[in-house]
Design a protein around this ligand. Structure first.
Ligand SMILES: *Cc1c(COP(=O)(O)O)cnc(C)c1O
Length: 336
């Protein structure tokens, strides 16, 4: 709903123009655009799942028909952060609206242990036109209080109506009282407010430290996987999500079998098997279908017999994951 509101406002401000988002953006942007009858287009990603700047610029230069660029601040699949500082520079030249989908990653604005590129992106988040953040991801809330923030409060005019049976509590426009959704329960918002009273959104504070621990756990898991020849991790995580697959069979062991090389079909089946076996030992991964370009170290001998690789996805979003990492890893090893 929050993303719907942001794209609805974007569509009102630039009628007839397109919404673009990266190929790894949340699937909802395409669907929301179709609900709003706005044209939508995907922009390719680089080999770390971030919006490809060259592809975006080429597209902007080709035709003056883009009204808004959705910048994903932490993709749902891999936690990759689109290059916001560079996209802001493109906005100066090509004039479009920027909507930051920070549903997953927004809270990492508070983390002080991100790599330079992600740090630079979050440092610029207050320069975008709208931001969406999901308190049910890292904000310790149940579903039901997705948030949308607008940089220019005058977009509230878009919500104004003169129905005879509703009234506003003051003559001033205030977002929140007027939303696309009409009446909403306040309990979820009150719970979020109370949580933030207890655990304030401060750099270096208790809440921020929890995020940093998840990030640290992801970095540690990535390091372990990289050093272990049983596994093929994708790129280094930018937030707290680690993507990996079981290693393809080595040349020597493959030579003795009937088929000379491992295939993506075999690797994918192996991922699914690990996913299922780990679950029987109370270790719950997720699966993600991802392009093989995210695995730059995948040997050329692996036969590309399907378009994507089924990968294991580990989301280390609880502070406790850091202390449990050795145990998690030993279960993973026993399963493999
Ligand atoms: C989770 C998420 C959403 C919203 O999806 P929900 O199903 O409402 O949680 C939107 N965008 C991104 C990037 C997300 O990670």
């Amino acid at each position: 709903m929050a993303n719907l509101e942001a794209l609805w406002v974007a569509g009102q401000l630039a009628p007839g123009k397109k919404i673009v988002a990266s190929e790894q953006a949340h699937y909802t942007h395409h669907r929301i655009s179709s609900v709003l009858k706005l044209d939508f287009e995907s922009i390719p990603v680089d080999n770390r799942a971030r919006m490809d700047l060259n592809a975006l610029e080429k597209r902007l230069a080709a035709k003056n028909d883009i009204g808004a660029v959705v910048v994903t601040m932490g993709t749902t699949a891999t936690g990759s952060v689109d290059p916001l500082p560079e996209i802001l520079k493109l906005r100066d030249r090509y004039n479009f609206r920027i909507h930051a989908d920070a549903a997953y990653g927004g809270y990492f604005t508070l983390a002080q242990n991100l790599a330079p590129a992600a740090t630079a992106a979050f440092a610029k988040i207050n320069e975008v036109d709208s931001i969406v953040i999901d308190p049910h991801k890292h904000g310790l809330q149940p579903y039901g209080c997705g948030c949308v923030l607008f940089r220019d409060p005058s977009v509230g005019r878009r919500y104004k109506h003169d129905s005879p049976y509703t009234y506003f509590s003051s003559a001033k426009l205030h977002l929140g009282e007027i939303s696309l959704e009409c009446s909403r329960p306040g309990a979820a918002a009150a719970a979020l407010w109370a949580t933030q009273k207890l655990l304030p959104l401060q750099k270096g504070g208790e809440f921020a430290k929890g995020l940093e621990q998840g990030r640290e756990a992801a970095r540690a898991l990535y390091k372990k996987l990289s050093a272990d020849d049983k596994f093929a991790p994708a790129f280094e995580p930018e937030l707290d999500i680690v993507i990996f697959a079981p290693s393809p069979k080595s040349e020597s062991s493959a030579e003795s079998s009937a088929s000379p090389h491992t295939t993506l079909v075999e690797m994918s089946a192996h991922s699914r098997k690990i996913f299922e076996s780990a679950a029987t030992k109370n270790l719950h991964f997720a699966l993600a279908e991802l392009p093989t370009v995210f695995f730059q170290n995948l040997p050329a001998t692996v036969r590309r017999d399907r378009p994507t690789l089924t990968t294991l996805r580990s989301v280390l979003m609880k502070p406790e994951h850091a202390q449990w990492l050795d145990q998690i890893y030993s279960i993973l090893e026993s399963v493999v």
